[in-house]
Every structure is written in C-alpha cells, then in structure tokens.
Design a protein. Structure first.
Ligand SMILES: Nc1ncnc2c1ncn2[C@@H]1O[C@H](COP(=O)(O)OP(=O)(O)OP(=O)(O)O)[C@@H](O)[C@H]1O
Ligand SMILES: [Mg+2]
Length: 251
C-alpha cells in the first residue's frame, strides 16, 4: 500500500548544523501520527520541509507517490497539506469569520481570486462557515479575533487550516501555552478531527499525544530514533532512555 505521504532520506542543514538528518517516515491515510522529541530535535524543521515552508537539502517528500519536495508552500497547501504554526498566526484585528474567509480564499485558483465572481465568493464563505463549525467556533464568527481567549485563538487557527480543505493536517504544538481547560477542549477537537483527517501532530504534552495518536515517531538531534504504534514506542527502552524516562517531565 502506498502511504498517503512519505519522506525518504529527508534532510535539512543550516550551515554546519544538520537539523533534519535523513528522516524516512510514512504517514498513512486517516492515521494520527505524533512526532515527539526534545527541544531542538528538528520537529518543526521536518514539518517545514513537508509543507514547503523551507527548502530541503536532500531527500524526497512523496504525496501519493509523487515527489513534491521543493514545491512552494502555497502549492503544497493546494495539494491538500494544511498546517498550523507553533506561534499564533491569526490577524488579531479581523473577525473570526474574516480570518477564516481569507484562509479559504487562499485555496482558490489565482484567476478566481482576481475576478471574484459572486459564486466564488459564496463558496468561500460557505467553506469558512463549515470550517468554523468543525472547529467548534460557530458562535464566535463575529468576534474580533484578538479579543478572544488564547485557547480560542488557537482553535481559530485550526479552523483556518480546515478552511483550506486539506486531506492532511499538520499541527505544530497546538496545545502550547494553554491552560488545563483549554487543553482539554483542544484535545477533544483534535480527537474528533483525527476521525476525518490524516493528522501529523507535533506535541510535547504526552497525555495529549497518547489520547490522540495511533502512531508515534521520536526525533532526537535531527535523526529518527524510532517509529511505530504508540504502545510499541511507549515500551521502547531506547525511547525511554532518550525521552520518556527520567527527566521527561522537563518536556
Ligand atoms: N532558520 C533556521 N536557521 C538556523 N538554524 C535553525 C533554523 N531553524 C531551526 N534551526 C535549528 O535547527 C534545530 C532544530 O530546530 P527545530 O525548531 O526544528 O526544533 P524542534 O524540534 O521543533 O524544537 P522545539 O520543540 O523547541 O520547537 C535547532 O538547533 C534550531 O536552532
Ligand atoms: Mg518546534
């Protein structure tokens, strides 16, 4: 079976630093796959290579078997790989709905954006409304984004990714900076999304990872330490020593 998304020997160097070192991983359709590892392990850099936000140094990124490594981020987005960022990325002075509509519009072909026919406008608005509903934010459509609680702003970011109609959701630390209640709401949302999307999730909160993911990959110093079903990785001695064992609370 061809994985939906696959990397082969994917690498990225920043000068002398090898941030991602020959990482080969498979992401299967409708699987929730978490990438964990200590700070600086190369997790964000790895997903930046997947989504075209950084040029790779070597290797391949295969989407349905076709190499997409080196494509610009907006092209990767139109191929159905949507991503959120480690830091918040909403337009704070725009309403929740406007933020979502802008995201939905980014998926339209350029010609459609230029002419703005009424039908395209309606379609974009519908897509934005559907994405808000899927992210549990229907009741917040008219709010100025910057005035919402932090947890809701992060929910909005998920809605903005959904508005681009992705098949694969790439989420970089969606729980970062959240309190306990906000985290619980986000975990519930991500579990729900995991039923309908292929999820690639970077997260330090191991309770959340175990609640959401079926597959776990561990990166350390740019390399892939281990990958496999969550239970296998949980029981792995190498992973225990490198990450989950003593001192894991620090992450
Ligand atoms: N644009 C860049 N230029 C130079 N070095 C970079 C750049 N981006 C990342 N790095 C370096 O690459 C390494 C991997 O960073 P990366 O952000 O991918 O780690 P991470 O696993 O996402 O860490 P964290 O858990 O803290 O988010 C780090 O040593 C980092 O300093
Ligand atoms: Mg990171």
């Amino acid at each position: 079976m061809t994985p939906l998304l696959e990397t082969r020997g994917l690498s990225k160097s920043f000068g002398g630093l090898v941030a991602v070192n020959a990482v080969s991983l498979c992401f299967n359709e409708r699987e929730a796959h978490a990438i964990i590892g200590p700070n600086g392990a190369g997790k964000s850099t790895f997903v930046n290579l997947l989504t075209g936000h950084l040029p790779h140094s070597d290797g391949h990124v295969l989407l349905n078997g076709a190499d997409i490594a080196g494509l610009a981020a907006h092209k990767v987005s139109r191929l159905g790989i949507g991503r959120s960022y480690q830091k918040t990325n909403v337009f704070p002075s725009f309403t929740v709905f406007e933020n979502c509509r802008l995201a939905a519009q980014s998926r339209l072909p350029t010609s459609m954006r230029f002419f703005r026919p009424a039908s395209a406008y309606a379609e974009v608005s519908e897509r934005a409304a559907a994405a808000l509903a899927a992210a549990g934010l229907s009741g917040r459509a008219g709010r100025i984004a910057g005035t919402m609680a932090y947890g809701e702003q992060r929910q909005l970011e998920i809605a903005m990714v959904l508005a681009t109609e992705p098949r694969i959701l790439v989420l970089d630390e969606p729980l970062a900076g959240m309190g306990r209640e906000e985290s619980e709401a986000m975990v519930a949302l991500l579990k729900d999304l995991a039923r309908r999307y292929t999820l690639i999730l970077i997260e330090h909160d191991m309770d959340a990872v175990f609640a959401i993911a079926q597959v776990l990959s561990v990166m350390v110093n740019g390399t892939l330490l281990e990958t496999g079903p969550v239970e296998q990785i949980r029981a792995s001695r190498a992973v225990q020593d490198a990450y989950l064992g003593d001192g894991a609370e620090a992450y």
